[in-house]
Design a protein around this ligand. Sequence first.
Ligand code: SF4
Ligand code: SF4
Ligand code: SF4
Length: 596
Amino acid sequence: MKMLLSGNEAVARGAWEAGVTIATAYPGTPSTEILEVIGMLCKEDIYAEWSPNEKVAFEVAIGGSYAGARSLVCMKHVGLNVAADPYMTFAYTGVKGGFVVVSADDPSMHSSQNEQDNRYYAKFGIIPMLEPSDSQESKDLLIDAYDISEKFDTPVLFRMTTRISHSKGVVHMGDRTEHETDGFERNIQKYVMVPGHARMRRKVVLERLEKLKEFADTTPLNKIEEGKGGIGIITGGISYQYAKEIMPNASFLKLGMSYPLPEKKIKEFASSVDKLYVVEELEPFYEEQIKAMGIECDGKKYFTNYGELSPGAVSEGFVKAGVISERTQVSIPGEKLFPRPPVLCPGCPHRGAFTALKKLKVPVTGDIGCYTLAALQPMSVMDTCVCMGASIGNAIGIAKVGKDKGAVAAIGDSTFLHSGITGLLDAVYNKANIVVLLLDNRITAMTGGQHHPGTGQTLMGEETFQVDFVELSKALGVKDIHTVDAYDVDATKKTLKAALEYDGPSIVITNRPCALMPHKIKETAYTVLLDECIGCKLCFKIGCPAIAAADEKTEKGRPKAIIDPELCTGCTICAQICPVDCIVRVDSPAVEGARV
Ligand code: SF4
Ligand code: SF4
Ligand code: SF4
């Protein structure tokens, strides 16, 4: 059977075929769909969970492996930073059941705060790495990864990128091979990494690396495709597809297993061509190692390390290198799309919270979520955003050295549970004069609506314990705790003001759900009484996509506002800020006979 699958769907299928019985993740674009598919379609065979963060997800999967199960953990590239602690030491203990960590990198930062190249984590952790170049390989190589993991007693890094994760291709399906889980067996020299044991295991890791190098040279995962002419290209992942499209007649060494590199095969390939190029996305990971082998090659001299590659970029590189005479025109059929800046949805509860916050004119440290959009125009109210959970630590630092009452740390519920709790504990412990604005919309919204310990439901659809943020804050030692309706701008402002006046750490918890998930909210829409609108633009500044400039202008030439009733959810926020009260419900008596 064949199916059209995205790379992420193919990984999920590969996990099922490989006999995986436990899969864990924290959602993060571009990796999120892997666990969603497993949780939805494979629950008979695979236990799947959203963990509170990537470190926990990694540790749960390690436990599964120690108990003999084939285990999978998935995350976006920056998630591996969070999981780096267990990642590095798990390389020492090795596995019992096969273990694969999927790292989905995001070149061009479509949905990320940085563009780190996680291939370096393979070298850093001395962990073998596989890189698929399409959906079929995403399935097939994942199955190979489990065989490598068990053969060499090692976790395997499976490196995807956004284009592989999200592009669709035809995939040939296979059957599931069951792998019996025979349970945990005590082996403290292997599993307890005290210094004495770790020193012994470090030797095992280095010996294993030598065996993996031999394997890399012989495995068909690294294959030579002989071409015509003297040009040779070493490549892997999505870059292989681009290079193949631009240079179909060149010779290729395609790296399916890209750490450790197959040194003998690379030397053999290099000696068979006149000129060697390395085509890889982001950093010169292959190129540096190939040059260190004493092999002459060119790579980043012609192919950028900024953003994603593309057929056009690869073509441009080969023109610069003098290999082809002109850039291959790569045109995407269809009309050009109108650029749309990202904005909070109509009815988003964050809009009310940030409208209130803006009036207070305090430093606002931000975090990762839909609400990060509050940093952009027209809201422009967030001042920092570094990584998951950083808002609270950043606010503490600002408060400790600043002259005024400290900053407000704005953080979502999922991010708070991911890595904000320890920040709040620090604020209490070290008596930081800050306000934490916990934007509780009861979902992981930015990645498409995944559950977390605050939603009361598991990935597999079971009802479960739901965190109570007030009780949690009390348990952490916070004394000044407020809850407020984010749709009530005035009340939110007053509450934040009171919290800012409190001497010590405060928490203000908003309690409106996301307007889209788990259920779409659609109340009676609002409209503008055109004859009364003074064109003050205040409603434009809240950035609601349902509000637009009307053709009609005021006497002073200012555009009046109109509201799209289809988009408007009736959240009331624009009506609350209109200085002349000309934004009213569509069923209000004021609308009768009025121009709207
Ligand atoms: S998905 Fe939900 S939280 Fe995100 S912007 Fe839309 S309404 Fe707001
Ligand atoms: S009430 Fe106003 S702010 Fe809320 S969705 Fe409708 S137009 Fe947007
Ligand atoms: S806030 Fe009111 S008066 Fe000002 S532009 Fe909007 S609708 Fe018109």
